[in-house]
Design a protein around this ligand. Structure first.
Ligand SMILES: Nc1nc2c(ncn2[C@@H]2O[C@H](COP(=O)(O)OP(=O)(O)OP(=O)(O)O)[C@@H](O)[C@H]2O)c(=O)[nH]1
Length: 540
């Protein structure tokens, strides 16, 4: 976001620069009639802040030799249109990135004008500038070979950055479609708007002449793209930091700023007034500041997503600080700034993409853990009540469909309350855990065992008729009661009572369970430590 407010510049040492506050006819300017009215400006750049055309005078500080094939280079032109009037020429050289004066011999990094006759030291040329937006154009004189080298480097770097962003956007689209997660759509929208913004302001959009003809020369589209990028990215970050739940107050500020930006956007489209853009920039700063505070708070609370957000912003913060230093002239302005900000966007997109994948991974882990907890009883490792009921329902359906038999066994620890009362709950827990373990070890892989409640355990025996189920229940009783339980180096005698029931033709699940439960209580009533099926009881 921050990068959009800034522009890059490179110092040149070739000219003294002066500006005229009016727009007289070219013949007068060229005749030197207004020379006394030109006011010198600091620096080696044309920085036009007015929307009406104005004249600029560039006076050489050294002789410029025609033998060096010198070219006047005006960097970062964006939407600016220039008319360069050379000494002794009757017509100007007109240049712009978009439109009929675009010069495709050079890259979009600069507007280039040949100086075929060179210039004497102290000689002036005049440039009439029409600037739809305020964007400084650093000036320099370069030889043809230097310009070409710069152009090649420019195209390579810009292509690498834009290609990276396009790949990230494609990945975001893929994840949106594949995973179905809406936050990827916000990331996609952010990246698309940033790609549009960068390729418009960088001039690459002129390679698609129809598109460039439609929107390439309208600065409002750039504001629109910038704002879409900001809104989509702030929406994405708010989701990513889980702001709505974790910091509702900051979330309200983010929503307020987003709403204000939308209104300002509509206003700027309607009026095109500079003041609207300036207010939008202030709101934008507030929004960025809020999200920054939110991520700092997130880091303090050890939220992983907050680390990713700060990491993604780090390059842009460093670059912004560097740029401020340049503007304050603490150190010289650097040419790489032009590439560093777009690269910063690409790095931010990459970090957020990795961060989002990390978040999705974490959400899936949490969900798996929750579903594991819902499926299994924590103490015994047997199925939970909900899960064993689901299994029983499915087993009944399958038995009906395949016309097979199905039985269940219900068992309950004898006098468990007494164990708890005499030895404490911890021993009681261990008691329960070992008994269920012994039971589970006796079952077949396709049998199921679940904790139905308290010390009541339900076992499902598919493909098993009542007689066999009685045998299985006896086995369980033997496995559990056969030898004492060893807990904390002490031995405890344990026994269980069991009830068995087989699925009848028109049984509902509840009826089957009720019959097994009744059989269990028959076992209890008959003195415990035995198996019953409601009719027959096996004795201990
Ligand atoms: N330690 C422990 N005790 C539990 C747990 N769940 C239930 N209980 C206890 O298990 C006991 C169940 O008692 P009952 O089944 O009603 O009676 P009982 O003492 O086993 O006697 P009978 O079933 O009639 O043989 C209660 O005292 C519960 O507090 C548990 O997870 N851990």
């Amino acid at each position: 976001m921050l990068g959009m407010l800034l522009a890059a510049s490179v110092p040149a040492q070739d000219f003294r620069v002066a500006r005229l506050d009016s727009d007289p006819v070219p013949a007068e300017v060229m005749a030197g009639a207004h020379d006394a009215e030109f006011a010198e400006v600091e620096g080696q750049a044309i920085f036009e802040t007015r929307r009406e055309p104005r004249w600029w005078r560039l006076t050489t500080t050294r002789p410029i030799d025609a033998a060096d094939t010198p070219l006047l280079v005006m960097r970062s032109p964006y939407l600016n249109q220039v008319e360069v009037w050379l000494p002794g020429e009757a017509m100007p050289v007109q240049r712009s990135i978009y439109g009929q004066f675009a010069d495709y011999e050079y890259s979009t990094r600069a507007l280039v004008t040949p100086l075929p006759k060179g210039l004497a030291s102290g000689e002036s040329l005049y440039v009439r500038v029409l600037a739809p937006t305020s964007q400084p154009m650093p000036l320099s004189i370069e030889s043809m070979s230097v310009v070409h080298r710069g152009d090649l480097m420019h195209v390579a770097l810009r292509s690498a950055v834009l290609a990276t962003m396009v790949v990230l956007a494609i990945l975001a689209l893929g994840f949106r479609v594949g995973v179905g997660e809406s936050s990827y759509a916000y990331l996609l929208l952010t990246l698309m708007a940033q790609i549009g913004y960068l390729s418009m302001t960088g001039g690459e959009m002129r390679l698609a002449p129809t598109l460039a003809g439609l929107i390439g020369s309208d600065p409002r589209v750039v504001h629109l793209l910038g704002l879409i990028a900001v809104l989509a990215s702030s929406h994405f970050l708010a989701f990513y930091l889980n702001l709505g739940e974790r910091q509702p107050r900051l979330m309200r500020v983010v929503e307020g700023c987003s709403g204000a930006l939308c209104v300002l956007l509509l206003l700027s489209l309607a009026t095109g007034a500079e003041i609207v853009v300036n207010i939008a920039n202030l709101v934008l700063l507030m929004l960025t500041g809020t999200l920054f505070v939110a991520s700092i708070v997130g880091c303090v609370e050890r939220l992983r997503a907050a680390y990713f957000v700060l990491l993604s912003w780090l390059p842009l913060f460093v670059l912004t600080a560097w740029r401020i230093g340049e503007l304050q002239e603490w150190w010289p302005a650097s040419g790489w700034m032009l590439y560093a900000f777009p690269a910063g966007f690409a790095v931010a997109g990459l970090v957020l993409m990795v961060g989002l994948a990390d978040k999705m991974h974490q959400l899936r882990r949490d969900r798996d853990r929750a579903s594991q907890m819902a499926t299994y009883d924590k103490l015994t490792g047997a199925l939970s009540r909900r899960a064993i009921e689901e299994r029983l329902r499915a087993a009944i359906e399958e038995a009906r469909a395949r016309r097979t038999r199905l039985s269940i066994v219900f068992f309950d620890i004898d006098r468990f309350k007494q164990i708890n009362d005499e030895h404490g709950h911890r021993i009681g827990d261990e008691f329960l855990r070992i008994i269920v373990l012994r039971a589970r070890n006796r079952l077949r892989v396709y049998d199921a065992c679940g904790r139905y409640g308290g010390d009541e355990i339900l076992v499902i025996l598919p493909d098993t008729e009542l007689r066999e189920a009685m045998g299985v229940a006896e086995n369980l009783r033997g496995a559990i009661n056969g030898r004492p339980l060893s807990i904390d180096g002490r031995l405890f005698e344990a026994s269980v009572s069991l009830g068995v029931a087989e699925l009848h033709q028109d049984d509902e699940m509840a009826q089957l369970i009720e019959r097994a439960d009744k059989a269990l209580y028959a076992s209890k009533a008959a003195g415990r430590n035995r198996v019953s099926n409601g009719h027959a009881i096996t004795t201990a």
